[in-house]
Every structure is written in C-alpha cells, then in structure tokens.
Ligand binder design. Structure first.
Ligand SMILES: CC(C)(COP(=O)(O)OP(=O)(O)OC[C@H]1O[C@@H](n2cnc3c(N)ncnc32)[C@H](O)[C@@H]1OP(=O)(O)O)[C@@H](O)C(=O)NCCC(=O)NCCS
Length: 330
C-alpha cells in the first residue's frame, strides 16, 4: 500500500555505504556545512552561497522541523560525510502528497568526478522508496547545468512532458526530469559500485554467464571506475532485475555479463540494457563493440541476433595470461 507522506511522517535514518554515509541534517551541522557551501564552483548555474553563518544556522534549524507548518510537505535533508570525517555536501528531498518527491543535491567541487554524487543520490532514492513510500521523483535544474543533467540521466531520470513543465511553472532556462521508483516500475540506469553484490548474485545463477577472478569485487569496481557511465542495471523498485557490463579501450567496446532474472525474460529488459550501452558507446565515438557468448548458449545467440549483432564465424577467441602461465580456464 502506498503511504500518504503527509499523514505518516517516518523518522529519517542514517544511510551507511562503503566510504561514506548520509546523516540526517541537524541545526548543529550548520557550522561545518557553511565551509562546504562556501565553494563558489557549486553556484555556477544557480543559487548562491549562504549569506552568513547565522543565516545558515537559522535555515538548518528550520529544516530540522522536517516539514512545512501547514503539513503539506516533508523536508528531508542529509549531510554526506566521508569516512575520513569530512562533510562533502548535502542531499535533499521534499515529499508531497501522492507519494511524490522533489530531490536536490550539492557537493563541494573537491568531490566531483568520482561517482560519489550518483551513488549518494541513488542511496537516497532507495531510502525514499523503501522507508518513506515515495513512488515518483522529480528534479529541476538549469538547462545549462550539463553536469547535473548527466547525473540524473545516469540514474534513469527522463525529461518530464511539456504539460508537466507547464503545470510546475518551469521557466525557459530550467528543465524538469522525473523517474518512477515504484516497486513495479522498470528503471534502466547506470551500474554503480553499490549494485555489484546483487549483480554477482544474479550472475551466479545465470547459466550463460561465466565467472572468473576478473569478477572479484575489486576488479569489478576497477572496471566501473575505468568506464564510468557505460555499464547498466535494470531495477524494479530496489530489486535488481538485469545487468550489463560495458567499457571500451578507445577503439572498440566490449560487453560482458548481460543477464536478466529468469522471471523477467522476454520483456525487453536485455534489449533496453543493450540500447543504453550502445548509445553510451556511440556518444563516446566507438563504432563497434564485441561480446563473447558460449557457443552452446542458443538462447543468448538468438537474443544477440535479434538485437542486430553479427556472429563472427571467421574469428577464434584466444586468451593470453600476462604472467606467462598457460591459460586452462574458461
Ligand atoms: C539472453 C537474455 C539476457 C535475454 O534477456 P531478455 O530480457 O529475455 O531479452 P529481451 O526480452 O530484451 O529480448 C530481445 C529480443 O530477443 C529475443 N529473445 C530473447 N531471448 C530469446 C530466446 N531465448 N530465444 C529467441 N529469441 C529470444 C526476444 O524475443 C526479443 O525479440 P523481439 O524484440 O523481436 O520480441 C536472458 O535470457 C538471460 O539472462 N539469459 C541468461 C544469461 C545469459 O545467457 N546471458 C548472455 C550472456 S552473452
């Protein structure tokens, strides 16, 4: 059953992930956040730094009430703290009736470019969906803010309709994006390091996926870090239902570990994952990508044929181990 966010406020929780956590923001965070929010790079496209420490303390005290006086909105703010103790930014969700929420986020520029914002925003989305009954998310941003647009697209957000732009009074230099986080809604988004445990669990039960030492968590995290934005997962709510790893070497792309949970086969999920990876490769100027299929995996061969891949009968796959050992594994 969908919770009515206006009548059932749930307490905010600390959200812990590897290397960082989200702490429910309190008035006492104002002093350290004043330093974080004084970074001018944050305000290239909109807003401005807090006018004074006093003003920020006042604002944080207000936000700690967690809701508008008329009860129509819930205000959730989290401070993003790294394991070394530094505060890096904040994440914000404003919840409305109808299980809807607007989200926003700001990270100091010292922490940009490492995928931290995407992981933190996804963690907040999971929390909003599982503990606060949110089913639909929106985010508003300046049209010129390509960095933020990219982040939202990586997380599966798409442009809202013109009618919705109009209804929400979105002005010309702004855009509105949205995403469902309904338990039943399919979302295809970037694969983040936090997805790897669930991905490994799927691969272990997927007959056509071969696992090796290249699938140790460290190696997989390295693969994602070297190829940001190319690998994808499909989710329904917080359940992972499909995966695809993708990267490139500057010349050609490579796809690994396409898998969909068996109960969801033949619903277009694998095709959607491949299309997302293909678009990312195309944008990166990569004209072709390769993938390996066990020769006896008739289902996968049929799938790849359907989505336009050509089987290369003129090629044989060879493997070389750089330390000189003879490779006898798969
Ligand atoms: C292969 C696999 C990823 C396909 O996933 P899926 O989500 O069912 O595929 P889709 O629904 O996106 O199918 C896309 C197209 O391929 C076709 N297709 C998918 N599986 C097929 C099969 N077993 N036989 C024939 N055609 C198939 C679909 O009919 C569809 O065609 P259409 O769009 O014309 O209807 C899935 O079966 C799987 O996870 N298998 C186990 C792991 C595996 O073998 N991975 C491949 C590693 S290379």
């Amino acid at each position: 059953m969908t919770k009515d966010v206006t009548t059932a406020p749930a307490p905010m929780r600390i959200i812990v992930r590897q290397g960082w956590r989200l702490e429910p923001q309190m008035a006492t965070h104002a002093d350290e956040m004043f330093v974080v929010l004084s970074d001018p790079a944050i305000y290239e496209f909109e807003n401005q730094p807090p006018a004074s420490l006093e003003a920020l303390r006042h604002r944080y005290a207000l936000l700690e009430s967690r809701g508008s006086p008329d009860g129509s909105e819930q205000w959730f703010n989290w401070v993003l703290r790294l394991d070394d103790g530094r505060a890096a930014g904040y994440l914000q969700a404003t919840l409305y009736a109808g299980a809807r929420a607007d989200i926003a986020y700001e990270l100091a520029s010292a922490h940009w470019g490492r995928g931290l914002a995407a992981r933190a925003v996804q963690a907040m989305i999971d929390e909003l969906a599982t503990h606060h009954g949110v089913r639909h998310l929106s985010a508003m941003l300046k049209r010129a803010n390509h960095r933020s647009l990219r982040l939202l697209q990586r997380l599966g957000f798409v442009a809202s309709s013109p009618a919705e732009h109009c209804r929400r009074d979105i002005v010309d230099d702004e855009r509105l994006l949205e995403r469902a986080c309904d338990a039943g809604a399919l979302c295809v988004r970037e694969c983040l390091p936090d997805d790897l445990a669930d991905a490994l669990a799927l691969w272990r039960v997927s007959p056509g996926v071969g696992l090796s030492d290249a699938d140790e968590p460290t190696a997989l995290r390295r693969f994602l870090a070297r190829n940001p934005g190319f690998s994808a997962v499909a989710t329904r709510g917080t359940l992972l239902v499909g995966t695809l790893l993708c990267g490139h070497d500057g010349r050609r792309g490579l796809i690994h570990h396409l898998a969909v949970v068996e109960a969801e086969w033949r619903r277009g999920i694998a095709r959607a994952l491949v299309e997302r990876a293909s678009s990312a490769l195309h944008r990166a100027g990569i004209g072709k990508c390769h993938l390996m299929v066990y020769a006896d995996n008739a289902a996968a061969l049929a799938f790849w044929h359907k989505v336009g891949a050509r089987r290369r009968s003129e090629l044989a796959l060879c493997s070389l181990t750089p330390n000189g050992d003879v490779d006898r594994s798969c």
